[in-house]
Design a protein around this ligand. Structure first.
Ligand code: SER
Ligand code: ZN
Length: 512
């Protein structure tokens, strides 16, 4: 890697001429030290002073990056000249910063990156190169916090994304329930709509679950408690459903924003929550009976985050920055305290793909051994729910883990193929066609995630025990769509085990 940085420090005052020797000495020593630690590389600094600006030209080849050097210089130089000449360093500014590095491939299409002035790609001696010009306006804070390293990494990630498309799809079937008795080939959404079990609202992919469908959801809840949560010792909890950016930054969801796996609803705040501030709008609505969108958007902030997309990220602030007592491990909880939201782009979907969904989250935290064991137990119990209680025809597939789908990360290097990963449960939907050719419906997932969340939210365990987590998600909408699509609407055709969990289905409201 080759770097050229022209930058300057802003000093709090002018340095006297006799400081020249000290500065010369300082920079010679500084360069020598680097040269000693990186023997194969090359590292050069030239300096000059104009009034209260100390200009630096740093070039390096396969050595310490100049922006890392400048951070070190800031610290060491402040001590040298601060004491002796009573001149402080007010910070630094870049004038020009060019990084040249080898890359695996040429991009298919040119692209830009934030805080990057120019990207130039070339081929030389059979090798591919990129020249990255960092925007000189980049703040000191970003330089300190690793932004430049991430820009360099992002170049290769973008190229590999262009070349290999979106994330590599994995799909390896690892279990199949076998064929089950099927009672219909109809579209389950249409069946339920015709029977007045569900009603579409005016809003995209949002549904009203009538008492009939709610009774079935409640029956499923009891089944989950009896089959999974009670025997495995899980407790119910209520996780917040409004998620601010700090959570999605730590879970790394924010970096995958609308990149193909994470499509949240945004939440905004009123800029001023007062009657006066909104009076004009309220009056407008009163007289026109319409909503003045433009006026309104001026009175609200940028999104402060969004509505819960899956329950697990907003769970973690509970434990954030804490050290868990050994006796509290493993932690085993589930949440179905409120809906979660996804902005499903494209056309209107059926009940199997909703914007407002009633999700069940199953979450566990413990040592690697505890987490692996619980993950396996939950998976087996879920299998029991689908086989014994619902008599569903389904399969289990090892897929690309959801946290890689939902974040911007392209790498899978820290995945232990056998332990850490996601299993999807998928149900056959007869109305979509043959078992072989049709798309099955994902109704539930279960994952062993490893250290990602405890690390991201700085959660530790007593005596430095390693902490892992795992989680699983499913929704009543998906479970019931799958069930109705195989078994139809007539309870006579339904498994006795399921029917044990409700007395009588409420009679649907009829319309004239
Ligand atoms: N977090 C996982 C998901 O998004 C499971 O809860 O599906
Ligand atoms: Zn989860």
């Amino acid at each position: 890697m080759k770097h050229q940085l022209n930058a300057y420090f802003i000093l709090s005052g002018e340095l006297p001429p006799e400081s020249k020797e000290d500065l010369d000495e300082f920079f010679i020593q500084f360069s020598e030290k680097i040269q000693q630690s990186k023997k194969e590389g090359k590292f050069d600094i030239a300096w000059s002073i104009k009034k209260s600006e100390l200009a630096l030209k740093i070039s390096s080849i396969d050595s310490i990056s100049p922006h890392v050097a400048i951070l070190r210089i800031r610290k060491q130089l402040a001590a040298t000249i601060g004491k002796k000449y009573r001149v402080g360093l007010r910070g630094f500014k870049f004038k020009y910063y060019k990084i040249t590095t080898e890359i695996d491939d040429q991009p298919i299409k040119e692209f830009t990156l934030p805080l990057t002035k120019k990207l130039t790609f070339s081929e030389k001696e059979g090798k591919n190169w990129v020249e990255i010009q960092i925007d000189p306006e980049i703040s000191e804070d970003f330089v300190e916090k690793g932004t430049i390293e991430r820009i360099v990494r992002r170049v290769s990630e973008k190229i590999s994304k262009q070349k290999y498309g979106a994330k590599k799809e994995h799909h390896e079937i690892v279990f199949y329930s076998g064929e089950k008795e099927l009672f219909t080939k109809e579209n389950p959404t249409q069946l339920m709509q015709k029977a007045n079990w569900i009603q579409r609202t005016n809003y995209r992919n949002q549904w009203i679950l009538t008492p009939t469908l709610t009774t079935l959801s409640e029956a499923l809840k009891q089944i989950m408690v009896d089959y999974i949560y009670k025997p495995l010792g899980f407790d119910q909890m209520m996780i917040p459903k409004l998620v601010d950016w700090s959570v999605w930054l730590k879970s790394e969801h924010a970096e995958g924003l609308y990149q193909g796996g994470f499509e949240p609803y945004f939440v905004v705040q009123p800029k001023e929550p007062t009657p006066e501030y909104f009076e004009e709008i309220a009056d407008y609505i009163t007289v026109t009976k319409t909503i003045p969108n433009d006026m309104l958007s001026e009175k609200v902030t940028a999104p402060i985050g969004g509505l819960s997309y899956a329950q697990c990220p907003p769970f973690w602030p509970w434990l954030q920055g804490r050290t868990l007592a050994k006796e509290s491990l493993p932690i085993k909880v589930y949440d179905w305290s409120g809906p979660t939201y996804r902005y499903e782009s494209g056309s209107a979907y059926g009940f199997e793909r909703v914007d407002e969904l009633h999700r069940i989250e199953t979450l566990f935290i413990g040592t690697p051994e505890q987490t692996k064991k619980i993950g396996k137990d939950v998976r087996n119990k879920l299998r029991d729910v689908f086989e014994k209680a619902l008599d569903l025809e389904f399969r289990e597939a090892r897929v690309l883990p959801w946290w890689l789908q939902q974040s911007a990360r392209e790498d899978e290097e820290d995945l232990d193929e056998l332990v850490v990963g996601t299993i999807d449960f998928e149900a056959y939907m007869p109305y979509r066609g043959s078992r072989k050719k049709s798309e099955w419906l994902e109704i539930q997932n279960i994952s062993i995630i490893g250290q990602k969340y405890p690390k991201g939210f700085s959660v530790k365990a007593e005596s430095n025990l390693e902490l892992w987590s795992g989680c699983g998600g499913g929704s009543f909408e998906r479970f019931l769509t799958a069930f109705i699509s195989q078994k139809g609407l007539n309870p006579d055709d339904w498994p006795t085990e399921f029917k044990k969990y409700f007395d009588k289905l409420p009679t649907p409201v009829k319309f004239h």
